[in-house]
Design a protein around this ligand. Structure first.
Ligand SMILES: Cc1ncc(COP(=O)(O)O)c(C=O)c1O
Length: 484
């Protein structure tokens, strides 16, 4: 399915960047704005851009300006044109020679390296990981005589994941677990099985942007239910379910990304009541559940949901390392089988060594986690203190866990800040990435996944970028000189 943007849709999105783009001719500012939208993921790759005449009218500029902007985007690799299919958003080949995906390229406008604060994933626990790989390699000969394909996952890993759920109060058998290549893969499998074009998927607003992208990619549409500053509005969820009859619900109740909110036991029971009563299949994303920094987490949401209507997805990415690409889903055995059948047509199996490694690490998680959580606590507190010192007008709730601060900038400046930050060596994800329909222009998600000295330097660079982005002379400068 090819997505298209109308002139007024693109003009509206470009308006967010107005003011933070470098001075220069109008065409260069239009091109810079579109480039940032593509890098930020708000204009998805391959989206058809509006015709030149249409965009010119929407922006109030001459057609020559838009022609020159598109020419410069094409020259830089951010657009491609094909006869008959118009101009589409693209990404240039990176310096490594591969074409990267939206928002993942680590280079700034001048090709310099950027500190990636657009993603939130910690580095590997080097020692424990090396040791687990050694154990995995010792075990590998046992598997070499087999074909190496494990549609459901290696039995040892399925058992280790099941044991972890059971220990957390959700009794689980190994045959209720499907090993996947991460939580995002697991969610995509559920979307592929359960949704079709036009279906609605209930999501929290804000939520995890790659989940929103996956929903769109499956032709479904997200129905956002706002989170309140303190948590889940169970009545609003019930009303949305009644009014929109979603095919699926996707919720992140454990250190919700990006708000860091943790659903209370009462909220969990309320959510489960509404979703269960309406027989809504619910995906509970527990990717961050093991990252409790202060206090304990309530029982898994699936404990309260009807067994045949819940799929819990989990991952080694945040607890251990994203580079392992190992995750899983937990559901009733019959549903696991149907999801495995979908998986067979996607990628068949996860890599054996990584599965063995994660099985080993899950077995010793209680030994690995405490020092990792202590380090994250230190980093969270250091970033919070640095922001308090350097950006005292920003507001954020101190999260009890997870990996990010969800900052209120006090003004709708997120996109401008993201644009300015690239000139200060930092890649950020703008607040609207986390919402449906461009919400959260006052917000910025900041991960505390780096060592303290890196975070403190980043806070200084952010303060400089924020000053640039909000300096009144700059903030009122229109995107293009004739843009009303
Ligand atoms: C809520 C949430 N779900 C899923 C993912 C993706 O996890 P994985 O690396 O396991 O695909 C992330 C990563 O940031 C996340 O925060």
């Amino acid at each position: 399915m090819v997505r298209s943007l109308t002139g007024s849709q693109l003009a509206r999105q470009l308006g967010d960047w107005s003011g933070a783009l470098p001075a220069g001719p109008a065409y260069a500012r239009v091109a810079a704005g579109i480039r940032l939208l593509v890098l930020d993921g708000r204009v998805a790759l391959d989206t058809r851009l509006p015709g030149e005449r249409e965009l010119a009218a929407a922006l109030g500029v001459s057609r020559t300006t838009v022609t020159a902007a598109y020419d410069s985007l094409r020259a830089a690799g951010y657009a491609v044109s094909r006869q008959g299919s118009g101009t589409r958003a693209a990404l240039p080949r990176s310096r490594s020679g591969d074409s990267a995906s939206a928002g993942w390229t680590p280079f700034g406008p001048d090709g310099s390296d950027l500190l990636d604060l657009a993603h939130a994933a910690p580095e590997a626990p080097t020692h424990a990981l090396r040791r687990a790989y050694d154990v995995a390699l010792e075990q590998l000969p046992r598997h070499l005589p087999t074909c190496g394909y494990n549609l459901f996952g290696l039995p040892d890993l399925r058992a280790a994941v099941a044991a972890r759920y059971t220990a957390r109060g959700l009794p689980t058998r190994a045959d209720q677990v499907l090993v996947t290549a991460g939580a995002q893969h697991a969610f995509s499998l559920v979307l592929a099985l359960a949704t079709g074009p036009g279906d609605r998927v209930l999501v929290e607003q804000p939520t995890y942007p790659n989940a929103l992208d996956a929903i769109r990619r499956h032709g479904a549409s997200a129905v956002p239910v706002p989170l309140t500053p303190d948590g889940w509005d169970v009545d609003a969820v019930a009303a949305a379910v009644r009014q929109t009859a979603p095919r699926l619900a996707y919720v992140v109740p454990d250190f919700n990304n990006p708000t860091g909110l943790l659903a209370s036991d009462t909220e969990r029971r309320g959510l489960a009541r509404s979703l269960g009563r309406s027989r809504t299949l619910t995906v509970v994303d527990e990717t961050l559940v093991e990252l409790a920094l202060d206090g304990a987490t309530p029982p898994p949401l699936a404990t309260y949901l009807p067994a045949d209507l819940s799929v819990t997805v989990g991952s080694a990415s945040k607890t251990l390392w994203g580079g392992l690409r190992v995750g899983w889903l937990r559901a009733e055995e019959s549903l696991v089988r149907r999801l495995a059948a979908v998986r067979a047509s996607v990628d068949i199996s996860s890599a054996v060594v990584e599965q063995l490694t994660v099985a080993e690490l899950l077995g010793s998680l209680d030994a690995v986690l405490p020092s990792r959580l202590a380090e994250l606590r230190t980093r969270r507190d250091a970033l919070a203190a640095a922001l308090g010192r350097l950006l005292p007008t920003w507001r954020f709730r101190m999260p009890d866990g997870g990996l990010v601060l969800w900052c209120d900038l006090g003004r709708p400046a997120s996109s401008r800040l993201v644009a300015a930050a690239e000139h200060h060596g930092i890649r950020l994800a703008a607040g609207p990435r986390f919402g449906v329909d461009g919400a959260f222009e006052r917000r910025l998600r900041l991960p505390y996944t780096y060592p303290v000295d890196v975070l403190e330097r980043a806070a200084e660079q952010l303060a400089q970028a924020f000053a640039t982005a909000t300096a009144s002379s700059v903030a009122t400068r229109p995107l293009v000189d004739s843009f009303a």
